[in-house]
Design a binder for this molecule. Structure first.
Ligand SMILES: [Zn+2]
Ligand SMILES: [Zn+2]
Length: 351
């Protein structure tokens, strides 16, 4: 469906799933699981639709939990003493819109979401996808990405970067828009409305970074080591916004330094200082095995020692530098101007 048609459907049908400013996010992506429970949040009702049948989950009715397990390519849905087999299910509010619900992988994790849940089995495991309002997704990422003491202007800059990414980078996955791991953007629960993460999303509502009339899939990094990188420098392509290396005063003065030891074979693999080879090594040895691609290498009698600066790919907004800019009085617009040169801010809100 074109963006215009989606927007029209959103207005006419007033169903959230059709809204142009919704994003579908594959959640709990770090886990592989064959069983999950779905509960209505306190004082909320959730309607579970499975083929022609539907069930109401509501604490006041004494029936607020559904249990779902994988059976081949299908699901077994159990609510109270009823059990049915279905190819997929959908969970929403009574008005077929956004619901507040809780997912629990027994023995592993419990997480709350706000949106419309779609659940199927994929390759023998459960694959929950939550269709959520763009602004809910933005606030959830801002909360997940930020330390508790992060200044509000930094959170606002993060909110704009995240919203821009969600606006520009759809299509990274086939059956949903984004995953909830750092492959796309790290997302957990929606923060409370009074939190600074929610305030930052609300204060920048609809604002998106644009370069030559196209939204920028804005990347960000934990700390840059003193100068941000362009995608080309680390072997990545960038089809729209080319990025521009920005000097980061805070990281120049307070670089995050690290030392790691790797095998000679891994040192050869990392020789191109490319992001793909760094991530390949991290996938094998652990997410923090090589914290950045900004390092020098030397051999000793035990192998190869890497001495590096910065954390992450080094592209785009530097979170450490953005925090320092805000603490010295910088606004979110100044932060964005600094780390995303030659972009403009536009309001893409349709609500
Ligand atoms: Zn992803
Ligand atoms: Zn920096």
């Amino acid at each position: 469906m074109s963006k215009r048609l989606r927007l029209l459907a959103c207005v006419l049908l007033a169903t959230h799933a059709a809204c142009a400013q919704d994003v579908s996010i594959r959640v709990l992506g770090l886990f592989r699981f064959r069983q999950i429970t779905l509960q209505a949040a306190p004082a909320q009702a959730v309607i579970v639709h499975a083929g022609p049948k539907s069930f109401v989950l509501e604490r006041s009715s004494g029936q607020h939990i559904a249990e779902i397990t994988v059976a081949g390519d299908d699901l077994i849905l159990t609510v109270g003493d009823q059990s049915i087999r279905t190819s997929s299910l959908r969970a929403s509010s009574r008005s077929n819109g956004v619901a507040d619900f809780v997912l629990n992988i027994p023995g592993k994790i419990t997480r709350r979401y706000r949106g419309v849940l779609e659940l199927k089995a994929a390759a023998g495991v459960l694959a929950p996808v939550v269709q959520m309002d763009l602004e809910t997704a933005v606030a959830s990422v801002v909360q997940a990405e930020s330390a508790p003491d992060t200044p509000l202007e930094t959170l606002k800059a993060q909110a704009v970067a995240t919203r821009s990414y969600f606006t520009a980078a759809r299509g990274r996955h086939h059956n949903f828009d984004f995953c909830d791991t750092t492959h796309c953007q790290f997302l957990r629960e929606p923060p409370p409305p009074e939190s600074n993460a929610s305030r930052a999303a609300l204060a920048t509502r609809g604002l998106v970074l644009v370069y030559r009339d196209e939204a920028v899939a804005a990347m960000f990094t934990r700390s840059c080591g003193g100068r941000t990188r362009t995608p080309q420098e680390v072997g990545l392509s960038s089809h729209t916004y080319p990025y521009f290396a920005a000097v980061c005063d805070y990281c120049l003065r307070h670089p995050s330094r690290w030392v790691r030891r790797v095998s000679p074979a891994e040192a050869v693999e990392l020789r191109d200082r490319g992001e793909a080879s760094r991530l390949a090594v991290d996938r094998r040895l652990g997410w923090d095995a090589v914290p950045s691609n900004n390092f020098t290498a030397h051999s000793d009698s035990h192998g190869v020692v890497l001495e590096g600066r910065g954390e992450g790919h080094g592209i785009g907004l530097c979170q450490a530098g953005a925090r320092a800019m805000a603490k010295s009085g910088g606004s979110f617009r100044e932060i964005l101007d600094h780390y995303y040169p030659n972009t403009t801010l536009v309001n893409r809100s349709t609500k």
